[in-house]
Structures are given as structure tokens and as C-alpha cells.
Design a protein around this ligand. Sequence first.
Ligand SMILES: [Zn+2]
Ligand SMILES: [Zn+2]
Length: 147
Amino acid sequence: MEHHKHSGGCMCSGVRYEVTGPLREVIACHCRECQQASSNHVTATAAKPGKLKVTDDRGLAWYSHGGALNRGFCKLCGSTLFFDHGKEHPTGIAVGSFDTAPALHVAVHIYTDEAGAWYDLPQGDADARDTETWQKTSWHDLKWLDV
Ligand SMILES: [Zn+2]
Ligand SMILES: [Zn+2]
């Protein structure tokens, strides 16, 4: 199977990356930390382990607020970019950072019990708005798509 290559980066191009291989369906995370990072929920796809290649890391910085998650961002322009859970796990990538939006859609909303009171969860995703969904849906059970 032929895998497509995707490229992306931050607002100022201080961080650039390429991804080979399939991309995971999108998770929309409504947790408090994502709100603080973006003022909204964060939407992330993912690359298989080892398939995200950072081609320019001049601006790349990482922050961990405790736990296993490291948030990758650009220290020059502030763009949210990566969500690293460790080498053996898929690396989350902010969907909005791709040069061309991949043909992906949100598959699951997580931490909806922390969703901001200033926005509505999208209509048409009734089951995904269940606050239990994130517990029933493993990150790793989501589909990987060649897009
Ligand atoms: Zn930047
Ligand atoms: Zn979150």
C-alpha cells in the first residue's frame, strides 16, 4: 500500500515536520489543559511511532504538566503542535498545523465533562458527547487512514 506524505508546521515556520504513513482519526480533547493551551478544545490526529520527522526544530519546545503527556509547541510563535506519550506510542499532531488539511474527521470527543461553557459540542455526535465515551474508546482503537 502506498502511504502518502504530509507536511506541516507552526505559524512562523520555526518548526516544520513531515509524516509518512497513515494518519489516525481525530480526537477532540476538551480537557482544561487543552483549553489553557488553545482557548478551546484541541483536535489532534496522530502518526505511528517513528513516522513523525521534525525537519526544522528551531522553535520546538516541550512542556509537561505532569503525567505521561508532553506538549510540543513553537516557542517563537506559540503554535500548538505535538502530543507525545512516549516512543512506543503514536505521536499526536494538531490537525490545524498541516499545510493541507488531511481528509480526516473527529471520531471522538474526550473529556467532555470539562468542556468550556462558552461553546457547544458539535451537533450530530450525540454518542460522542457522552462523558463516558473517552473511557469506552481507546485512543488505540481508532482507525488509521491513508489520506
Ligand atoms: Zn513558530
Ligand atoms: Zn486535552
